[in-house]
Design a protein around this ligand. Structure first.
Ligand code: ATP
Ligand code: MG
Length: 249
């Protein structure tokens, strides 16, 4: 059975249909890219999966739970973690403390009544493991705001990983990076994905990055899924060429 399964997922904003009957199914261990032009509904899709926004209609099943409409902290606790399109770090805190706070956020309920040193130590161990997975151990003590843009984006991935998710949602992890920074970050991400075998949903505009990292691709256009398949299948799809890839070239 798929780890994550969406059916009929719709989100309206007044007359605008940001997501239109989206069905998709993601297997454990898969890296799924979600692509589509600006305004296609990619971030909205992440928002409804993570509970930031409630779907107007439809069902979302994750690891056997019906999660559509649950509050985001509950969805996070079930094992869904994300990064944001816009950087969301505490710039004055160290990379390690940013990752530690993320770890604590997932388990807030469990940990709050106990508090104390062992909680801190447990969260810090998760943070350090995640920083290592993203190749950030050497800069763990630096203030996040002083890291290179590429390392800041990787730190956001590490923060999500410190929550020990079963699925990781990455919203444009290379946005705002230069060509060189993108190449470096993609190298690190590729190594991390291979080693961790994480289940990932990846929104990304850079087609080279998509074709490098993704096992399968879902194409959104005006809120609806217009194609879904392997990179080669999607590349060859006439509707995708019309709606999207053709428009870029
Ligand atoms: N809170 C909101 N209120 C009203 N409309 C919204 C809201 N959030 C998103 N929309 C609209 O829904 C549509 C999909 O937006 P979304 O941000 O999901 O697109 P996207 O595919 O992530 O685009 P981009 O590539 O620019 O990040 C757009 O038309 C957008 O204006
Ligand atoms: Mg977006």
């Amino acid at each position: 059975m798929a780890l994550l399964e969406l059916d009929g997922v719709t989100r309206r904003y007044g007359a605008l249909v940001a997501l239109d009957q989206v069905a998709m199914s993601v297997e454990e261990g898969e890296v799924r890219a979600v692509i589509g032009p600006n305004g296609a509904g990619k971030t909205t899709l992440f928002n409804v999966i993570t509970g930031t926004v409630k779907p107007t209609a439809g069902t979302i099943r994750f690891a056997g739970h019906a999660i559509a409409g649950l509050p985001s902290h509950q969805i996070c606790r079930l094992g869904v973690s994300r990064t944001f399109q816009i950087t969301a770090l505490f710039p004055e805190m160290s990379a390690r403390d940013n990752a530690r706070l993320a770890a604590q956020a997932r388990h807030a309920r469990r940990w709050l009544p106990f508090g104390g040193g062992h909680v801190f130590a447990e969260a810090e161990a998760l943070a350090d493991a995640a920083l290592q997975q993203l190749g950030l151990t050497a800069i763990a003590d630096r203030p996040a705001g002083l890291l290179s843009h590429g390392d800041q984006r990787l730190l956001e991935v590490a923060m999500a990983m410190a929550q020990q998710p079963r699925v990781l949602l990455l919203d444009e992890p290379t946005q705002g990076l230069s060509v060189e920074e993108t190449a470096q970050a993609v190298e690190t991400l590729a190594r991390f994905l291979k080693a961790s075998r994480m289940t990932v949903l990846l929104v990304e505009h850079d087609m080279e990055v998509v074709f490098r990292l993704a096992d399968r691709i879902t194409v959104l256009h005006r809120g609806g899924v217009i194609a879904d398949g392997t990179p080669d299948q999607v590349k060859a799809d006439a509707r995708v060429q019309d709606a999207y890839l053709g428009g870029l070239e």
